[in-house]
Design a protein around this ligand. Structure first.
Ligand SMILES: [Ca+2]
Length: 696
């Protein structure tokens, strides 16, 4: 800030001052080296001028169309530049001012020379490019000549009717042609002109050669075709003969319903045929004639064999179908059935009845083969029969197994009861005991009005003999009982195991017994007991537990029945008869009650033959309840007969069932339809009576 403050004046004046000072300093430095230095606060400004000359050569390119032109020019120019520089030393300011001015002058001179040379080079390049474009537009023409030699082979075909003739010919020709071209350069134009000449010459030479060869080939083809036509027109005929033997197998079917019969037949036939042919050569004609004969003979032989075999095959198919229908269609089918059976069994040991129940399941597979006229029918019945059989077998097996188990259980049960009850009940109380107050029918039984029945008679058949204070063994003589058998009192009567046994027995020796109508001689004896003269009662409840004799058909009759003690209403049936139940062995599935008296009601109201009983040969309980109004009979608690007493006049009221009746237990032969069939019989049949209990 010192300089600008100290010296105010024009720029020129200032520059002059600075340069003067710098010059003085530089002189001082040159003379004195670094002996003297201005103070640090001082700066020096120097101004210098430089004039420089520069020569420049420039290159330029210009484009016209596809052509690139080139130009170059050289120019020389001068420039003068004056510059100032300020530095801390005078010499330094002078140095840099001089240097910078020199550089600036050189640059400026260069720029001037360039500016002068460049438009010239540019114009040259433009002119060059334009010249090229002009030359191209102008172009060069050329003409060439060429001589070519070409060889051509021509082929021709000619057709006459179905015949095709062929011909071929070769020819060589030489041709000279001129070609022309126009190109950007003479060389190029020359080349193309020559090429064009070559092409034209070659083409012409080929055309010339072809023009020579083709008619020749055509003529050859024509001649060839005609030759074939001629040969064929002339031709050769031939005749051939062939004998063929053919075997044919024919299959036929015949359907009846859904049955298909199959028949097959084979036949062999031989046929001879003649064939003819016409061909261009004899050999060819011979071959075809033979071939035609062969084909004809083969076809004919096959047709003949087929015609012979087919009806036979048809007949066989029909016969096969008919045979199948006649023989039936067989089907085999299986069925598996699982059946469960539950059975109840009873067993008697002594006075005791045991019960057993068992269930068994069995699975059985049955296979059945059935023959029928149709498949579906055979299949259907095979299934049905297999199913039926499997079910029946499974049931039977299950039943057999369950029954054996149930029977064993019942047996064990009865035995256990029997064992537990082995006390001397049939003996009177031990010495000195109290006198029985009356019959004991066991647990009280109530009437319909709720009051208990009073026991009036009982026999449990304990002990080992018939209690003759209660029962009388019957004889034929006194009862006139006989269906061909004899009643001989005690004979065939036994008491054991708590059971009365009345038997019909086939005697080994004939027996004779008296009968009111005359003696009876027989091989059969029977048994009956009656309470006649020992016990009789009107009205009340009568219960008999009994098992009917084993039987397998007609021949036996058993009866639990009652007769009036005093038949005061006349002969039978006037005074009445009560058959609590009767067993006819011809009806092994039922017990039959019956009331005989003169009634206003029909017979059907006094009997019932529909009281079915499962196994009458087991013990069952038969009960008569007798009031002044009616008689009812039930079996094992099931009502079987319910009859209101309705006597025919002159009887009235409850007559004839208003007087005491006695009890009768009878085992004897059957009679009429129920007699043993001729030649049949039994060894022994026993009616078993467990007890008889009567209440009032
Ligand atoms: Ca008993």
């Amino acid at each position: 800030m010192f300089a600008t403050t100290r010296w105010r004046g024009s720029a020129t004046a200032l520059r002059a001052v600075v340069v003067a000072i710098a010059a003085a300093l530089m002189t001082s430095l040159t003379l004195a080296g670094a002996s003297t230095a201005s103070s640090a606060a001082e700066t020096f400004t120097a101004t210098e001028t430089s004039t420089q000359s520069q020569t420049v050569t420039v290159q330029e390119w210009a484009t016209v169309g596809q052509f690139v032109g080139y130009g170059t020019a050289t120019a020389t120019a001068s420039a003068t530049v004056t510059l100032s520089h300020t530095a801390e030393a005078a010499w330094e300011a002078s140095y840099w001012a001089t240097w910078n001015a020199w550089i600036a002058a050189v640059e400026e001179a260069k720029a001037k020379a360039d500016a002068q040379a460049r438009p010239i080079a540019k114009a040259q390049a433009q002119a060059d490019a334009q010249a090229q474009a002009d030359r191209a537009a102008l172009g060069y023409d050329a003409t060439g000549t060429w001589t070519a030699t070409e060889t051509v082979t021509a082929q021709e075909w000619v057709t006459i009717d179905q015949f095709v003739g062929y011909g071929s010919a070769e020819a060589t020709a030489t041709a000279t042609a001129t070609g022309s071209a126009h190109a950007a350069s003479q060389a190029e134009a020359d080349w193309w002109a020559t090429w064009n000449a070559y092409l034209a010459a070659s083409e012409k030479a080929r055309a010339d050669a072809d023009a020579v060869a083709r008619p020749i080939a055509k003529a050859q083809a024509q001649a060839d075709a005609q030759a074939q036509v001629d040969r064929h027109a002339r031709g050769y005929d031939a005749t051939g003969t062939w004998t063929a033997t053919e075997t044919v197998t024919v299959d036929e079917t015949h359907t009846i319903g859904d049955v298909v019969g199959h028949g097959s037949a084979e036949a062999t036939a031989t046929a001879t045929a003649t064939g003819t042919a016409h061909a261009a050569s004899q050999a060819e004609a011979d071959w075809w004639a033979t071939w035609n004969a062969y084909v004809a003979a083969l076809t004919d032989a096959r047709a003949q064999a087929d015609a012979e075999a087919r009806p036979i095959a048809k007949e066989r198919a029909k016969a096969d179908a008919e045979a199948q229908v006649a023989a039936g269609i067989e089907a085999t089918e299986s069925w598996t059935a699982t059946e469960t059976v539950t059975v109840n069994e009873t067993a008697v040991v002594g006075d005791f009845v045991g019960h057993g129940t068992a269930t068994s399941t069995k699975t059985v597979t049955s296979t059945k083969t059935v023959t029928s006229t149709t498949h579906w029918e055979a299949y259907y019945w095979a299934v049905v029969t297999a199913q039926t059989d499997a079910i029946a077998q499974a049931k039977a097996q299950a039943d057999a197994e369950a029954r054996a188990t149930a029977l064993a259980a019942a047996q064990a049960d009865a035995q256990a009861q029997f064992d537990a009850a082995q006390v001397p009940v049939d003996s009177p109380p031990a010495g000195g005991g109290t006198t029985p107050t009356g019959p004991d029918c066991g647990s009280p039984i109530l009437k319909s009005d709720g009051t208990p029945w009073a026991c009036t008679f009982v026999d449990e058949f304990r002990g080992d003999t018939l209690d003759t204070t209660k029962w009388h063994p019957i004889t034929t003589m006194e009862s006139a009982f006989s269906y061909g058998d004899c009643f001989l009192g005690d004979r065939n009567i036994a008491v054991s195991g708590g059971v009365l046994q009345l038997s019909t027995i086939h005697e080994t020796e004939p027996v004779t017994c008296d009968h009111p109508a005359g003696p009876v001689t027989t091989n059969y004896t029977s048994a009956a007991v009656s309470s006649f003269g020992k016990f009789s009662q009107a009205y009340g409840r009568y219960e008999i537990r009994a098992a009917m004799p084993q039987t397998n058909g007609p021949g036996l009759q058993s009866a639990l029945w009652m007769l009036p003690q005093n038949p005061q209403y006349g002969t039978w049936p006037g005074s009445g008869e009560i058959d609590i139940v009767e067993f006819y062995s011809q009806y092994p599935d039922r017990l039959i009650p019956a009331l005989h008296y003169n009634s206003v009601l029909p017979w059907g109201t006094r009997t019932n033959n529909k009281c079915l009983v499962y196994k009458p040969t087991d013990f069952h309980t038969y009960v008569l309840e007798w009031t002044e109004q009616k008689l009812t009979i039930s079996i094992d608690g099931t009502l079987c007969l319910d009859h209101t007493i309705s006597p025919l006049a002159p009887l009235v009221g409850s007559a004839p069932f208003d007087t005491p009746f006695n009890l009768n237990l009878t085992q004897m032969l059957g009679t009429g339809d129920n007699a043993f069939p001729e030649g049949q019989g039994i060894d022994k049949a026993t009616l078993q009576v467990d007890y008889v209990r009567v209440w009032q």
